[in-house]
Design a protein around this ligand. Structure first.
Ligand SMILES: NC(=O)c1ccc[n+]([C@@H]2O[C@H](COP(=O)([O-])OP(=O)(O)OC[C@H]3O[C@@H](n4cnc5c(N)ncnc54)[C@H](OP(=O)(O)O)[C@@H]3O)[C@@H](O)[C@H]2O)c1
Length: 269
């Protein structure tokens, strides 16, 4: 059955840019009120103004997802200012491009802290509150198409995304009896700041114009395409959100023909 989202709230982490910002704007367009989170207060305020322009309520919370009290602040804002939590989209995250043998322990721990532990903690805290209140809800996590396979130099990143995928799958089975939906979101290459930032995190110079050079068109999409797919999923909950079939076929091929696919993968820059 199609769900009416009017007046329902959603917490979106990493809502200051890219997929999170586009999702906030699309959610507002279908009547949702939003707790917007990010680190960049100025960009967050801009997204909040777009939500308010659509006639919906927006609360902004600034902070790093690894801050210990952040989840309480996010959930408290939804409960105190928007009438309670309905949905959560744990979206904040970053990419990191380096050969596996060069990734330091600190780099690996940091990317797991941000992409995996913070998202896992937020969904867990939201689930406990929904269960205690006896209310249904919908929890989503932004994983990736490369949760199912990896490419050269993306080992650390894709490991965090695979971990998210597994947690969502288990949570979905565990929370179904409580009327709580859980969805993992698997974008393909999306035109956001993600790739330029991934280069900078790995110590290379910023080059926003060249960030998508060499990416085939069939693997490229706009953040609004992901946002629209998420809104469709909020209306009609499903286990996973995919916006392209290609990576799923690629993942299956990698499972069945690993040697052949490694040979092809080595040619990808
Ligand atoms: N772009 C792609 O091709 C792609 C593909 C698959 C999956 N994804 C996933 O999509 C999600 C969103 O990425 P995007 O493409 O929209 O990139 P983006 O434009 O760089 O947005 C990333 C968002 O995450 C926030 N963020 C990052 N690290 C944070 C931290 N430590 N604490 C708090 N907030 C933090 C950023 O906040 P500030 O800017 O305010 O610092 C920003 O709002 C990520 O989980 C990413 O892994 C992206």
């Amino acid at each position: 059955m199609r769900r009416d989202l009017t007046g329902k709230s959603i917490i979106i982490t990493g809502a200051s840019s890219g997929i999170g910002a586009a999702t906030a704007i699309r959610c507002a367009a279908v009547g949702m009120d939003i707790v917007l989170h990010g680190r960049d207060a100025e960009r967050l305020a801009h997204v909040a103004s777009r939500v308010r322009d659509a006639g919906r309520r927006a609360v902004t919370i600034v902070g790093d997802v690894t801050e210990p009290d952040l989840n309480d602040r996010l959930l408290g804002a939804a409960e105190g200012e928007l009438g309670g939590v309905y949905a959560v989209f744990a979206n904040a995250g970053y990419g990191f491009k380096k050969p596996a043998h060069e990734v330091t322990d600190d780099e690996l721990r940091r990317i797991f802290d941000v992409n995996f532990f913070a998202a896992n903690a937020l969904l867990g805290a939201a689930a406990r509150r929904l269960i205690a209140a006896g209310r249904p809800g919908h929890l989503l996590m932004c994983s990736s198409a490369i949760a199912l396979f990896t490419t050269q130099r993306f080992s650390a990143y894709s490991a965090t995304k695979a971990a998210q995928h597994h947690v969502c799958r288990a949570m979905r089975m565990e929370l179904a009896p409580h009327g709580i939906e859980v969805t993992s979101v698997h974008p393909i290459t999306t035109r956001t700041d993600f790739f330029d930032r991934a280069a900078v995190y790995a110590g290379r110079p910023s080059d926003p114009d060249g960030a998508f050079d060499g990416v085939p068109r069939w693997l490229l999409q706009r953040p609004e395409q992901v946002a629209d797919a998420i809104v469709r999923c909020l209306r009609r909950p499903r286990p996973e959100v995919w916006t392209a079939l290609g990576p799923r076929i690629l993942a299956a091929a990698m499972h069945v023909f690993p040697r052949l696919m490694d040979t092809i993968g080595r040619r990808v820059p």
